[in-house]
Design a protein around this ligand. Structure first.
Ligand code: ADP
Ligand code: MG
Length: 461
């Protein structure tokens, strides 16, 4: 049983930091065999635990969580890589439901202008339970394109675009068949309960018990920003260490994922044109494994600045900060804020031709597999810095605003930027300490940080 036992540690009663210092090694466990394993195995003082061994740190997958979390006792110092009900944000239907509710709450409490700051997700309906609402909306806007996405799949699987209701009829018959009726007869399965949260059992087990798949029908962004005639979306990493209070870090690096095929609205059946997932694009006949299909965010930011000027770029990136913070706030009261949990989210953001960013989805298990050497470096650095912030070694003071490539974005409120940063407060957004797509001199920063922490420690001894 992977359960750390209290009696193994002779550390109770010692101050928190000291307690961890005295532990000779940190026992880690993971089921992932990619960049994560390399990072964990190379971390000084960390030892791998296999099978049923006890662990201090577990980078688990979400299926382990579902089956075991509620029966696992965890000591104070233990850390685990997901929040118990992470799906409130990372399932496409729940994310939208929570955002819609949060928007309503803002409208009630702070007015329409404030609520409008949540208008960053395309109009979305849960299928089949909101089918009739969807049809109403569909009829209001004849001719536009919609995208159907299974709520809990990833990598572009099961997605299709459509413009006619008839295509949905085919889907209803073909995919959902007669099960659709049984789902419609049990609306409570996906409904929000009075406390505002989703019932853990019914929502999570739904996937296992009912063969029919829930989808979302979402307005398709028909005017994506194109570079070289190609569509792309952005992958951005956000690390949440706590929901109450909300404490979230934003990673400086990330990437744009390009389609290999020129964008057109004429062929809505061609997934290589419309879906930018690497898993989709790498099966395209035009894919060059050496070239890949990614741009690092620094390159993307520079490209935009040269085309539109630095101010337009600042506005775009500040609008993205707004997305990260508000989406987390929308689930703040719903997610079980357990001190053992942290989560590294992968945000999918699409930018349109007006330079407006749209939130497509948030991933609980962003891909940690590297598609090129550059990608390998990004992901190993991202994970090393994640472990620095999680701080199993108890080296940090808790007052840091930057750790490697991570900047503290929200700490129960916006974290102020260092001096000299542009003042954007006049634009209606909060201004926070973020540097997405800026220089990531993480090595230098980490050297300075750990040197200064050592200095402080020596002085206090
Ligand atoms: N509303 C939308 N408008 C335009 N493109 C979209 C939209 N939703 C998804 N896409 C495209 O489809 C891809 C996959 O969608 P996503 O919601 O991220 O699901 P998955 O979990 O399969 O990755 C995105 O990366 C994007 O390229
Ligand atoms: Mg995605």
């Amino acid at each position: 049983m992977s359960r750390p036992k209290t009696q193994n540690y002779k550390v109770h009663g010692l101050p928190k930091g000291k307690e961890r210092e005295q532990r000779a090694s940190i026992r880690f466990k993971t089921t992932l065999m990619n960049t994560l394993m390399d990072v964990l195995r190379n971390r000084p003082g960390w030892v791998e635990v296999k099978d049923e061994g006890e662990w201090d740190f577990y980078w688990c997958d979400v299926s382990w969580l579902r089956e075991n979390f509620d029966h696992t006792y965890m000591d104070e110092h233990v850390r685990i890589s997901h929040f118990r009900n992470h799906y409130e944000l990372t399932r496409k239907n729940y994310m939208v439901k929570n955002l819609k509710r949060f928007r309503k709450q803002l409208e009630r409490e702070a007015g329409k202008l404030e609520a409008a700051k949540c208008d960053f997700f395309p109009k979305t309906f849960e299928m089949p339970c909101e089918y009739h609402l969807f049809v109403e909306e569909f009829r209001k806007n004849p001719g536009i394109t919609w995208i159907m996405k299974p709520v809990a799949r990833s990598q572009g699987k099961g997605i299709f675009l459509f413009r006619r209701l008839k295509d949905i009829m085919d889907w209803r018959k073909g995919t959902a068949g007669k099960k659709l009726t049984s789902l419609e007869a049990q609306p409570s399965r996906s409904a929000i309960n009075p406390s505002g949260s989703h019932d853990t059992r019914s929502s999570e087990d739904q996937k296992d018990e009912i063969p029919v798949e829930n989808y979302v029908a979402q307005r398709y962004i028909e005017n994506p920003y194109l570079i070289g005639g190609r569509k792309f979306d952005l992958r951005v990493y956000v690390l949440v260490m706590s929901y109450i209070p909300l404490r979230a870090w934003l990673y400086r690096d990330g990437f744009a994922r390009f389609s290999n095929t020129r964008f057109t609205l004429n062929s809505i059946d061609d997934q290589y044109v419309h879906l930018t997932n690497v898993a989709v694009q790498k099966t395209s006949p035009d894919y060059h494994p050496k070239k890949g299909c990614k741009w690092m965010l620094q390159r993307f930011r520079q490209y935009l600045a040269s085309k539109h000027g630095p101010e337009a770029v600042e506005t775009l990136f500040s609008d993205m900060d707004n997305i990260f913070v508000r989406s987390l706030q929308s689930v703040q009261k719903v997610i079980i804020s357990d001190k053992h949990c942290f989560e590294l989210y992968g945000y999918d953001i699409l930018i349109d031709q007006d330079l407006k960013p749209w939130l497509l989805e948030v991933n609980a298990s962003p891909s940690l597999t590297a598609s090129s050497q550059e990608d390998y470096v990004l992901k190993t650095c991202l994970l090393e810095d994640t472990l620095h912030v999680v701080d199993m070694e108890a080296r940090l003071t808790g007052r840091e605003k930057r750790v490697g490539g991570f900047d503290l974005m929200w700490n129960d409120g916006p974290v102020s930027r260092e001096e000299g940063a542009p003042d954007l407060s006049g634009m209606g957004n909060f201004v926070t300490n973020t540097h997405l797509g800026c220089v990531n001199d993480r090595k230098k920063q980490l050297r300075q940080l750990f040197r200064s922490l050592q200095g402080q420690k020596k002085a206090s001894n």
